[in-house]
Design a protein around this ligand. Structure first.
Ligand code: FES
Length: 166
C-alpha cells in the first residue's frame, strides 16, 4: 500500500461486484487459439464475450472521489484506477476493453477511437507517435473488512478549501 497517499472510499463500490477481467482475457485467448485451429469460425471479440456473460457484474466502473472521476478495473486480485475520460477527445475510458500486451501488462482501449493506455503507467501505447500522451493513474486497493474500493491521491482536492479563509 502507498502509505504516503490519502485513500478515499467509494461509498457504493465493492470489490466483489466488479467484473473480473482476468478470466475473460484467458477465455478470449482460448477462443483465439481454437479459432485459428478452425478457420471457418469467426473471431470472438471481448465485447461479444461480455454480452454473453450474464453474471450481472459491473464492467468498467466510474467513481467520483476526492473531486476526481476515476475509472476502476479489476484483474484477478488487482485493481487499477485511471482518469475516467480519454485525453484524445474525452471518450469514456471506463467503458473501454482491457487487453493483455505481449509483455503481460494490461492496457485499456478507448471505445471511441481505440487509443490504448497502459494501466500501470498511463502511457499511450497506440497509436504510435503519441508517446508523450498519458492518462493519470491512481493507486486503488480493497479494504478487506468490507470489500470497499479505495482510491489514493497525493492531497485533498482544492474544493475542500475553496470556501475557507486561511
Ligand atoms: S476519445 Fe479516446 S481515442 Fe479518441
Amino acid at each position: 500500500m502507498n502509505a504516503e497517499k490519502l485513500f478515499f472510499p467509494d461509498p457504493q463500490m465493492r470489490f466483489n461486484d466488479l467484473k473480473n477481467w482476468e478470466p475473460l482475457l484467458k477465455d478470449q485467448e482460448k477462443k483465439r487459439s481454437s479459432s485459428s485451429a478452425s478457420p471457418k469460425k469467426p473471431p470472438t471479440t471481448l465485447r461479444e464475450s461480455f454480452e454473453s456473460d450474464e453474471d450481472g457484474r459491473r464492467e468498467g466502473n466510474v467513481t467520483e472521489v476526492n473531486g476526481n472521476r476515476v475509472a476502476i478495473f479489476r484483474h484477478g486480485k488487482n485493481l487499477f484506477g485511471i482518469q475516467a475520460n480519454c485525453p484524445h477527445a474525452g471518450g469514456p475510458l471506463y467503458k473501454g476493453d482491457i487487453e493483455e500486451l505481449p509483455d503481460g501488462s494490461l492496457c485499456i482501449r478507448c471505445p471511441w477511437h481505440s487509443w490504448c493506455f497502459q494501466l500501470s503507467t498511463g502511457k499511450c501505447i497506440w497509436p504510435s507517435g503519441q508517446n508523450d500522451v498519458t492518462v493519470t493513474v491512481y493507486p486503488v486497493h480493497r479494504r478487506k473488512s468490507d470489500q470497499a474500493v479505495l482510491v489514493g491521491f497525493d492531497s485533498f482536492h482544492k474544493k475542500y478549501f475553496s470556501d475557507r479563509d486561511f
